[in-house]
Design a protein around this ligand. Structure first.
Ligand code: F6R
Length: 231
């Protein structure tokens, strides 16, 4: 694993934007993998500030709440439209698990097939949850997992509830790429900032097991960690 130590989240997000642009520009025929959440917002803002224009024509989202309306502000697909597609004038397609072509029971399998057909992804952006989740692969997820519907853990529901105006409307399930799906990307850029994530990072690196989904990715030759933490 290559490690980039940075002084702040902002510096790390700027670096991630630079790396993402360089890698994706080098392989314009390959799709990319996009994540959502606070960490990624800064990366997408930095890309927009730099005037980055995607050369790739397909992007795959990591995850989405199960059954959420694509019009909901809480939909990860919707978030990517607002934070990636619109500011970067992206003319291609973002494939979102559980949405559009990938809704319905066969959706996860069809999503996997689309990655296989259009992939490999040149680069996958990744964050990590306070409880160690990667995408919505919660602690205990199989390292061989594929795209599937999962139940969210209580800690994840608790930390994401703040984003929902009506807490009762928060889905308790999601559709997520699996850990082995994520591993198919040529490069993995993992961004981890802030003390709240120190335990998740240090446990995965120093004491890895199935309770630490990141451990599944540690032997990936293209894994690059960008962090402001010592672990
Ligand atoms: C979202 C995703 C999640 C987030 C993680 C960190 O697509 O895959 O695993 O990366 O929950 O979220 P933030 O950056 O909001 O702390």
């Amino acid at each position: 694993m290559k490690i980039h130590r940075v002084k702040s989240a902002g510096q790390g997000q700027a670096l991630a934007a630079e790396l993402f642009a360089g890698i994706s520009d080098e392989s314009p025929d390959c799709p990319v993998g996009l994540a959502t959440g606070g960490t990624m917002s800064g990366v997408y803002s930095a890309l927009a500030t730099n005037g980055f224009r995607p050369k790739f024509s397909d992007a795959f989202a990591l995850d989405e709440y199960q059954g959420i309306s694509p019009a909901s502000e809480n939909s990860y697909g919707n978030e990517l439209t607002r934070k990636f597609t619109e500011p970067l004038n992206f003319q291609g397609k973002i494939h979102v698990p559980g949405q559009g072509d990938y809704a319905g029971e066969q959706g996860p399998e069809e999503f996997e097939q689309a990655i296989t057909k259009l992939g490999p992804l040149s680069v996958q952006l990744l964050g990590i949850g306070v409880n160690g989740h990667i995408a919505f692969n919660e602690p205990g997820s199989s390292f061989n997992s594929k795209t599937r519907v999962v139940k969210l853990h209580q800690e994840t529901i608790k930390s994401n509830l703040v984003y929902f105006d009506d807490p009762a409307s928060m889905p308790t399930k999601a559709v997520t790429q699996g850990l082995s799906t994520i591993k198919q990307a040529s490069k993995l850029l993992l961004l981890v900032f802030g003390e709240a994530k120190a335990f998740a990072l240090s446990k995965a690196i120093n004491n890895p097991d199935e309770s630490t989904p990141l451990a599944a990715l540690l032997d990936h030759p293209g894994l690059e960690l960008i962090t402001d933490l010592n672990y």
